[in-house]
Design a protein. Structure first.
Length: 71
């Protein structure tokens, strides 16, 4: 029988915790928006569509510069 506590610990252990740059709430690296203030943490690259950090200046995937209007 599988121990559910060990499985939950395994899946939550590798999640990197960060802080929202607007309100300081704890957020996981997988969050698209802050659960406290709804601040946008990630965006889709306007060129390739991949999910990137909202404060990125250049897309990590297609290497194109992200216009300020898309942030």
């Amino acid at each position: 029988m599988i121990n559910q506590k060990k499985i939950l610990h395994y899946f939550s252990f590798d999640r990197q915790k960060n802080k929202c740059s607007k309100c300081g709430a704890e957020v996981l690296d997988t969050y698209l928006r802050c659960p406290e203030c709804n601040f946008k943490l990630k965006i889709n690259c306007p060129f390739c569509g991949k999910i990137i950090e909202a404060n990125s200046k250049v897309c990590n995937y297609c290497r194109k510069e992200i216009p300020e209007s898309n942030k």
